[in-house]
Design a protein around this ligand. Structure first.
Ligand SMILES: Cc1ncc(COP(=O)(O)O)c(C=O)c1O
Length: 376
């Protein structure tokens, strides 16, 4: 018998029209994946990855163990050195996913007595890591640095303070004032950690991210970068100081107690980084973002959209029913635009999330927005 309490929770989700279900693969026009540059389907990356594995004489499917035992195969140091150079970082430590990386940092770095201050809309993986930590944590209002400063003023001076935000918020597409945040951290001697999951491949020269676009990488305590979004693969890394890497290798349980990424996965990431250096996809994506923003104005939809310069654009349609109906309508017309329901976002803030890609055409953008206009 399935436990009654669990069934009740599922029933409640069903009643709220927020039951999560896995969907099959579809052939709709992609306005929902994180494959911003089209790298996941790039034949060029695929072929070059095979070549790299062959040239490196790697004939091995799995990593065979954790990084600390048998899993640290020869491509790992090559990737981590590449990441240090590309991202102007003293160290890089690869994790199996962004979820794991965030659990790994926040569960192990802040100590009992330390304080973590986080943006209220921070990603679930960071929240889960914070929950696992022994430090005290407080949220501040989304992007509200005044609210953050009020919290900072209340903290005694002899504790370590960690502040965490995303450079591009995954469910909003917007960005904090990172320069002001860096200055605030300096004033209050706080360590700043920024999740760049949705900024890599999108912002900065060669897609190096928003932190490097602003030139503030040396002022941060750590950056989280992920390879499952614009890089088209999977995995993640923590960028930071050499002692931070040494600490994580020793104390970050989501790093220690798991099988490492396969050589094939690491090779794909390496080749994707090479691709960033001479792809035209980043520029194409930027043009599509500008076009999308211009079309929002043309269709007079600005008041419905959260202001964003990233590849993520969200149209607020309050209520799970309303947003689900609109998403279905767009899907029936061939466009894959996903509804983001409460409780993933606060009630009343339900939204359609448009993810833009280098490969979306202007015609597709215009058509999907005109369909939205007629139903809003
Ligand atoms: C901001 C942010 N951080 C971390 C993650 C987790 O990354 P991954 O998909 O590699 O586990 C995501 C993905 O949804 C994200 O949006």
């Amino acid at each position: 018998m399935f436990p009654k309490k669990l069934q009740q929770k599922l029933n409640k989700r069903n009643d709220n029209n927020s039951l999560r279900q896995l969907e099959g693969y579809d052939n709709l026009i992609d306005f929902s994946s994180n494959d911003y540059l089209g790298f996941s389907k790039s034949k060029h990356i695929y072929t070059r990855t095979q070549r790299l594995l062959k040239n490196s004489k790697i004939e091995q499917n799995g990593a065979t163990g954790s990084r600390l035992l048998s899993g640290s195969h020869q491509l790992y140091p090559i990737l981590e050195n590449t990441l240090c150079t590309f991202h102007n970082s003293d160290s890089a430590l690869v994790y199996n996913s962004g979820y794991n990386a965030n659990l790994g940092v926040f569960s192990s770095v802040p100590q009992r007595g330390d304080i973590i201050l986080y943006d209220e809309y921070i990603h679930a993986s960071i929240r889960d890591g914070i929950t696992m930590s022994n430090a005290k944590s407080y949220k501040y209002k989304h992007h509200d640095l005044k609210n953050l400063e009020t919290l900072l003023k209340r903290i005694k001076t002899d504790v370590e303070i960690y502040i965490v935000t995303e450079s591009v918020f995954s469910m909003d597409g917007d960005s904090p004032d990172l320069i002001a945040l860096v200055n605030l951290c300096e004033t209050y001697h706080a360590h700043l950690i920024v999740d760049e999951a949705h900024a890599i491949g999108v912002f900065g020269k060669h897609g190096k991210g928003l932190i490097q676009e602003l030139g503030i990488e040396k002022q941060l305590f750590a950056r989280i970068i992920t390879f499952g979004k614009a890089l088209g693969g999977h995995g993640a890394a923590i960028l930071g100081s050499k002692p931070l890497k040494e600490y994580l290798i020793n104390f970050s349980r989501p790093f220690i107690y798991t099988t490492a990424l396969s050589p094939h996965s690491v090779a794909t990431i390496l080749i994707a980084y090479g691709e960033l250096l001479d792809t035209t996809a980043i520029e194409k994506l930027r043009q599509k973002v500008l076009f999308f923003k211009a079309e929002i104005k043309t269709f007079k939809l600005q008041e419905h959209f959260i202001n964003s310069h990233s590849a993520i654009h969200c149209c607020i349609l309050p209520g799970n029913n309303k947003v689900k109906t609109m998403s279905k309508k767009l899907q029936q017309n061939g466009f894959n635009v996903k509804p983001i329901l409460s409780p993933t976002v606060p009630e009343g803030q339900e939204r359609l999330r448009f993810c833009l890609h280098a490969y979306n055409s202007e015609k597709e953008i215009t058509t999907v927005l005109s369909l939205l206009t007629t139903g809003i």
